[in-house]
Design a protein around this ligand. Structure first.
Ligand SMILES: [Zn+2]
Length: 220
């Protein structure tokens, strides 16, 4: 069954199935079958070799937490000498994934400046569970990957009530727009120690207010 529903900005997707399950809105999509030029011999082919299912996490299609199942097509060159197999042009999928990445980054920063999970969840029109899961991911992996800070960093305060301290200090990458580290308090010495240990490459420090970060995100 083919549907007439289109995903905003991604009308090239053909939706073959859509349903709600396990708290997710699941979309099964594929791209239109059309002549593709063989990257090897430049001849055109429409002959399908096979399909692979690619799972793409979450975005805000229809304002819901969405999982995309993309049935990625592989063509085969019909030239008997060539027989090259290659994936269809899926730049539309790459664009979709990029949007998802931007959404995640925006969410990461909102998490830091939002009042609470519920507040952030409402603004992003996702569930609190999603927000909490993202927060766990950010604090357990993303924040611990960095040992060398980038050339430009941003420092901000965070009212987090962690470990008996009312305020923490956020170190963020304002260019990549992602949080790097959360320091346990906002004492000057903590920051100085941290920069001594990780800040060899730092040339510029930006003091950012939530408003500035938000305007950065919306101009993406
Ligand atoms: Zn070919």
């Amino acid at each position: 069954m083919y549907s007439n529903i289109s995903i905003p900005d991604l009308e090239e997707f053909i939706i073959t199935k859509s349903f709600e399950g396990e708290g997710l809105y699941q979309l099964h999509v594929e791209l239109e079958r059309k002549p593709h030029q063989c990257p090897e011999c430049q001849k055109f082919t429409q002959k399908v070799h096979d399909y692979r299912l690619q799972k793409i996490q979450h975005t805000q299609a229809f304002g819901r937490n969405t999982m995309l199942f993309y049935r990625k097509r592989r063509y085969i060159c019909e030239d008997q000498e060539c027989r090259k197999r290659f994936y269809e042009d899926n730049s539309v999928v790459e664009r979709y994934q990029r949007q998802s990445i931007e959404f995640n980054q925006a969410l990461s920063i909102e998490l830091i400046h939002g009042k609470n999970f519920k507040d952030v969840a409402d603004r992003f029109m996702v569930s609190s569970t999603t927000v909490m899961r993202r927060f766990d991911e950010i604090s357990s992996t993303k924040l611990k990957e960095t040992t060398d800070l980038p050339r430009v960093i941003a420092i901000d305060e965070y009212k987090g009530d962690a470990g008996g301290e009312k305020y923490q200090t956020i170190i963020a990458d304002p260019i990549e727009r992602r949080p790097i580290e959360i320091l346990k308090d906002r004492k000057k010495q903590t920051l100085v120690d941290y920069l001594k240990q990780n800040g060899d490459k730092v040339e510029m420090v930006v003091m950012v207010s939530p408003t500035v970060i938000k305007s950065l995100i919306t101009t993406v």
